[in-house]
Design a protein around this ligand. Structure first.
Ligand code: NDP
Length: 484
């Protein structure tokens, strides 16, 4: 099999196998074919990964930030040089079109490594003056062994987003990819070693949720950074709390996108397409509740339906294809269930809604109109190509409705009125807000959720705070005066 790795796990600089672990079948979503067989980690593998990471972390942290940065930068260069090959793996693992994976996966991962490579040498504490010449200073210390747990939509990008700041700060990382998309993280582990990172600095261990849970519960893990659903986030957060571990939680969303009647309609439709159908809708920050002001609703829907006819659905390895299958049969069935619910609860199916008559897990881009706030499709995260269009009259009304969600990952507004744009952005209860655009995710800017969508921030300088702890050291230049 072309995509079969030498073994399931990568620990201490080498591929490792324990065939006693439960089989993980890796399936190409465009055909349903099995492209690799791996094994979920056994307790022996989990132990190996932990002890290797624990000892590698000391060696890694002893390097200067500049040295660590140089290695991360070298890893970024290798990722870029291998971008196409890595994109082919990512397309076979996720089903996402090669048109997407060549620009948004390994290359975005390389950007993360470059960015944090630049910051690695700048991690410093501060000097705090105290009376009579005394002073304190602070040291930014790494946390130790960090655990990264990934979702299946952007596997190598998620692995890099977590590894780059963790490693820049002198931590080691054990990464557990989603068992649905386990392949590319192994390549990343090879690349770190090739770039000069000590063996064990970045270990990859495959497994189902129970493997992630075993790591979270282990006392040698100092921090857990998870990208996944709220359901999993709750379990992981609770288990991490038991050991008082640091956490970053990047969870789900049901984000609003508001289109006012003064908006540039072409841009708003483009934003709605990007924010609902890129990666077949499998993006956490998608703006899946599209609130359109009543006066422009029919024009918006007409334009949107016409544009969706231009979706080129097919073989994701064809560079012209811009809409691929869902990641798995299971995910497709979940999304079909939501489409069914939308119809049953009285939303109007404007277009799509059907599975394509071809092998693989293909669903049409689907748009519902006349959606009301109470409907299931307007409340729950679907994580598939399903857009809900809701009408509104006034700014005051739509802000209240947009914020009436347990999630708070992202939000967007389309309007030509600058004052309104800022006013609305300030009122959104969300971690990331977009004005006249949607779904940009730059490594330089913080990303993360409010409410149930998460804890902490990834990307940007803020991520460094989540991978270090501060130590304060008091220094006295004076005699010690005790009361007796
Ligand atoms: P899941 O929550 O099902 O799984 C996420 C990861 O956690 C997987 O690797 C999973 O392993 C693992 N896991 C499951 N149970 C446990 C447990 N008890 N302890 C430790 N680890 C566990 O999410 P999906 O993979 O289905 O991804 C989709 C979700 O991710 C959506 O909700 C989406 O919004 C969110 N997401 C958030 C992003 C963000 O940045 N905010 C970005 C991308 C996605 P296994 O797969 O083997 O069960």
């Amino acid at each position: 099999m072309q995509f079969q790795p030498p073994a399931s796990h990568f620990i201490d600089g080498a591929y490792v196998e324990d065939a006693a672990g439960k089989v993980i079948e890796v399936i190409y979503p465009a055909t349903g074919e099995v492209i690799a067989n791996l094994h979920s980690a056994t307790p022996k593998i989990v132990e190996q990964a932990l002890s290797s990471a624990k000892s590698a972390q000391k060696e890694w942290a002893a390097k200067t930030g500049t040295e660590r940065g140089r290695i991360l930068r070298r890893a970024a260069e290798i990722l870029r040089a291998r971008n196409y090959d890595l994109s082919v793996i990512e397309t076979h693992d996720t089903g996402r079109p090669i048109q997407e994976t060549t620009v948004a996966d390994a290359s975005a991962g390389a950007d993360a490594l470059d960015y944090f490579a630049g910051l690695a040498g700048m991690l410093t504490g501060e000097h705090i003056p105290l009376p009579n010449g005394d002073f304190a200073y602070t040291i930014r210390e790494p946390l130790g062994v960090c655990l990264g747990i990934g979702a299946w939509n952007y596997p190598i990008q998620i692995a890099c987003t977590k590894a780059a700041p963790a490693l820049a700060c002198g931590n080691a990382m054990i990464f557990k990819p989603s068992e649905t998309t386990p392949l590319s993280a192994l390549k990343l582990a090879e690349i770190f070693v090739e770039a000069g990172a000590p063996s064990g600095t970045f270990n990859v261990v495959q497994g189902y949720g129970d493997v992630g849970a075993a790591f979270v519960a282990d006392h040698r893990v100092a921090k857990v950074t998870l990208t996944g659903s709220v359901r999993t986030g709750r379990k992981v957060y609770a288990s991490a709390a038991d050991g008082m571990k640091h956490v970053t939680m990047e969870l789900g969303g049901k984000s609003p996108m508001i289109v006012f009647d003064d908006a540039d309609l072409d841009n708003a439709v483009s934003g709605a397409i990007l924010g609902n159908f890129y990666s077949s809708g499998q993006i956490c920050s998608n703006g899946t509740r599209v609130f359109v002001q009543k006066g422009i609703k029919s024009e918006f829907l007409q334009l949107l339906s016409a544009r969706l006819e231009g979706a080129n659905i097919g073989d994701p390895m064809d560079p012209k294809v811009n809409f691929g299958p869902m990641v798995s049969h299971r995910q497709m069935e979940i999304v079909r269930g939501y489409i069914q619910k939308g119809v049953e609860e009285g939303a109007r199916l404007v277009c799509g809604g059907k599975q394509l008559d071809r092998p693989g897990f293909y669903l049409e881009p689907t748009v519902f109109a006349e959606v009301s706030d109470e409907m299931t499709i307007a409340r729950e995260e679907i994580f598939g190509p399903v857009m809900s269009v809701l009408d509104f009259d006034t700014e005051e009304e739509v802000i209240v409705r947009a914020n009436a969600s347990e999630f708070g990952l992202a939000a967007g507004v389309f309007t030509r009125d600058l004052t309104r744009a800022h006013r609305v952005a300030q009122k959104f209860e969300a971690g990331t807000c977009y004005v006249n655009t949607y779904n940009i995710a730059a490594v330089e800017a913080p990303f993360g959720g409010s409410k149930l969508s998460g804890v902490g921030r990834e990307n940007s300088k803020l991520a460094l705070n989540h991978f270090t702890q501060t130590k304060t050291i008091y220094i006295s230049l004076n005699d010690v005066r005790a009361p007796y």
